[in-house]
Design a protein around this ligand. Sequence first.
Ligand SMILES: Nc1ncnc2c1ncn2[C@@H]1O[C@H](COP(=O)(O)OP(=O)(O)OP(=O)(O)O)[C@@H](O)[C@H]1O
Ligand SMILES: [Mg+2]
Length: 316
Amino acid sequence: MQASLNENAPIIETVGASKAFAGKEAVSDLDLSVPAGLCYGLLGPNGAGKTTTLRMLYGVTQPTRGLIRVFGMDVARETRAVRARLGVTLQDNVMIESLSPRDNLTIFGRHHLIPEALLSRRVDELLQFLELGSHADMQVLKLSGGFKRRLAVAMSLLNDPELLILDEPTTGLDPAVRHALWSKIRELKSGGKSILLTTHYMDEAERLCDRVMIIANGKSIRQGAPRDLIASELHPEAIEFDCAPAEEQRLFKLVAGDCVKLRSGNRLMVFAEDATPVLDAVHQLDGGDRRPVIVRPANLEDVFLSVTGTQLGDGQ
Ligand SMILES: Nc1ncnc2c1ncn2[C@@H]1O[C@H](COP(=O)(O)OP(=O)(O)OP(=O)(O)O)[C@@H](O)[C@H]1O
Ligand SMILES: [Mg+2]
């Protein structure tokens, strides 16, 4: 059998995608290529351009320049055909607060023109999948943030999309709800869906995403698998302690060998191949008065801070 020409085509592809508001580019020359079947994370500080990028992908915002293809189709020309095959959970929940989760799902399903018999089965399945059954018939305004977020995700799954776009799916949720949503996202991925998400939680990105792109000021600054980014940007051991800027020079004179540092206020993080010489240097610096020191593996949050900075910028 002849292989389809598009078999390995990315499910999302942007070429030089740019979006300007009042002459200022919120997204600049973004080249994104997301293969089908992955969970891909779009990361970046507040105002980096993540939501604007997602809005271009599902066709509510037109790029000022560049091309955006989803499922191999030009989103600007084939907006309806693209939207029929994707599901979107917006950054802010959009639902009718005076109605119940069941009614919200039903109304949204009718909007998708899902036949009634299929719709009522689908609503029941989604209420069960997102563990909303106990609150299915309560008014949404009486539900906690965790229930509302799960309902928003359920609504984005009504049309059984091939691609799910999640804009900060777990912001503001408690740890148990975050873990529960992560396991649902994993289930969706293993069921064959492609997922594009944004998050400010780097542990979430590290757990869920096969690949990430870090953007800042609308531009891509790094991309790759979380583990590869950590290995290429930093040394594996992170040593974290309080150290006044004035002490820093003395400390680094005591540490032989190559290390990378990151500072946020008085907090210093040093990344080294081996933590031992750094720990020895910190103890020498102390003059016997041991300060608390944390030693841990370097992680994606360290990479994020090292490439986007630890100072508050304009967008934040
Ligand atoms: N409709 C709009 N009109 C004018 N400027 C806008 C509009 N939408 C977004 N922007 C600007 O574009 C930039 C990127 O915004 P965007 O919402 O895409 O960032 P984000 O990465 O999603 O941020 P956050 O993490 O805070 O959600 C910001 O400077 C924002 O103020
Ligand atoms: Mg956003």
